[in-house]
Design a protein around this ligand. Structure first.
Ligand code: NAP
Ligand code: FE
Length: 361
């Protein structure tokens, strides 16, 4: 056995965990910047956070201008507010977009970075508390922030150990009114993380065990996802499963599925999890041709074969998008340039084949 696993985030899970654990916020200082989107804190989460902060005598201000697929411009604006307010720490509340933006803001509040994507991220980052209100990205337990890079016309991650949040609070009640399409897309993102993590060069016993556990929990909620009907327990399970899958990619990274998916998002606005879900079955089938033992372990973890996996995802995804070859070729070319820690290597032509089988005309 030979692995290297790191997880510095304290995870507090359960109904009302924010208010019940209010004293945990105290250690981070007197003033909090709450980073969120336009609607993602309107589910009781902001009320719980302010109740906890008020009980501790801590001050706060809200930055609610994070767009979906956060931009560099938006995180710079958030960082300027963090500085002018004198924030001691950041509280992120929302889906992956506000949680990722919060990491960049926590960094930019302390460090000058002329080019955020090439900046060597030091240790000087404001402490962060993350409260996910979607169950998918696992950003609450990863050291990654994915931002839109208009220069390269894609989405790109910045990453450093100092970007791990200090605490993640997981309360499924904030997802009671999460729209069905967001619930499904984000659950598929989490499934994709667990699968892609098992295909990584950096995968090991522990990350594989977590990936298997994430898939068991997430597919345990498959019927709820298909019907669009969720009990409080299934909401909590999806949130837990997504966090477990997040711990996997925190250690393994993702695969070309994510890189290819970024083009669908950047050029056509396909939601992140949906983009992964459109591509994952075909990618996995190519993996099976190339490395049967490793990919066989993934299907065993899924508890199904290639055909059933493809059908199950297709039922969740509904009608698929289709794009012309010229576009697919440029996305395959772009993804072939990107370095991923996937244990199974793909040529540009093979990446094109994955795209063609998944979203070709
Ligand atoms: P999202 O972009 O954060 O949110 C999608 C939509 O759902 C937004 O309109 C959001 O509202 C809304 N929403 C969020 N919570 C809600 C709630 N409880 N009730 C009702 N509406 C709610 O989507 P996401 O899939 O969670 O995150 C995607 C982003 O995460 C992408 O940028 C992706 O690249 C990134 N990501 C990061 C990691 C990582 O490790 N850091 C991993 C995978 C993906 P608002 O408009 O108010 O926000
Ligand atoms: Fe993802």
């Amino acid at each position: 056995m030979d692995f290297n696993f790191y997880m510095p985030t304290r995870i507090v899970c359960g109904k009302d965990c924010v208010v019940k654990n209010a004293p945990l916020f105290r250690t981070f200082g007197k003033r909090a910047l709450i980073v969120t989107g336009k609607s993602s804190a309107k589910n009781g989460s902001l009320t719980d956070i302010t109740t906890a902060l008020n009980a501790n005598g801590q001050e706060h201000t809200v930055f609610d201008e994070v767009p979906n697929n956060p931009t560099v411009q938006s995180v710079r604006k958030g960082a300027a507010l963090a500085r002018s307010f004198g924030a001691d720490f950041i509280i992120a509340v929302g889906g992956g977009s506000p949680m990722d933006a919060a990491k960049a803001i926590a960094m930019l509040a302390c460090q000058e970075a002329a080019d955020i994507f090439s900046h060597p991220i030091g240790k000087d980052v404001l402490p962060m508390v993350h409260i996910p209100t979607t169950a998918g990205t696992g950003s609450e337990v990863t050291p990654y922030a994915i931002l839109t890079n208009d220069e390269k016309e894609t989405k790109q991650s910045i990453s450093a150990p100092s970007l791990f949040p200090q605490i993640a609070f997981l309360d499924g009640k904030y997802m009671e009114n999460l729209p069905q399409h967001v619930t499904v897309n984000t659950a598929i993102d989490a499934i994709s993380h667990a699968v892609e993590g098992m295909l990584s060069q950096a995968a090991g016993e522990l990350s594989d065990a977590l990936a298997r556990e994430a898939l068991r929990i997430l597919f345990g909620e498959y019927e709820c996802l298909r019907k669009g009907s969720y009990s409080p327990e299934s909401r909590q399970n999806l949130l837990y499963g997504a966090a477990v899958a997040g711990m996997v990619i925190a250690n393994t990274g993702t695969s070309p599925v994510h890189t290819l998916g970024y083009s669908l998002t950047y050029y056509h606005g396909v939601p992140h999890g949906r983009a992964n879900g459109l591509l994952l079955p075909a990618f996995l089938e190519h993996c099976l041709q190339k490395d049967k033992p490793r990919t066989g372990r993934v299907y065993a973890a899924l508890g199904m074969g290639a055909e059933e996996f493809s059908e199950k995802l297709a039922l969740l995804l509904g009608e698929r998008e289709h794009y012309a070859d010229a576009e697919l070729r440029s996305w395959a070319h772009k993804a072939a340039q990107s370095r991923k820690k996937c244990a199974i290597s793909f040529t540009e032509e093979e990446l094109f084949a994955v795209l063609k089988e998944s979203v070709g005309r």
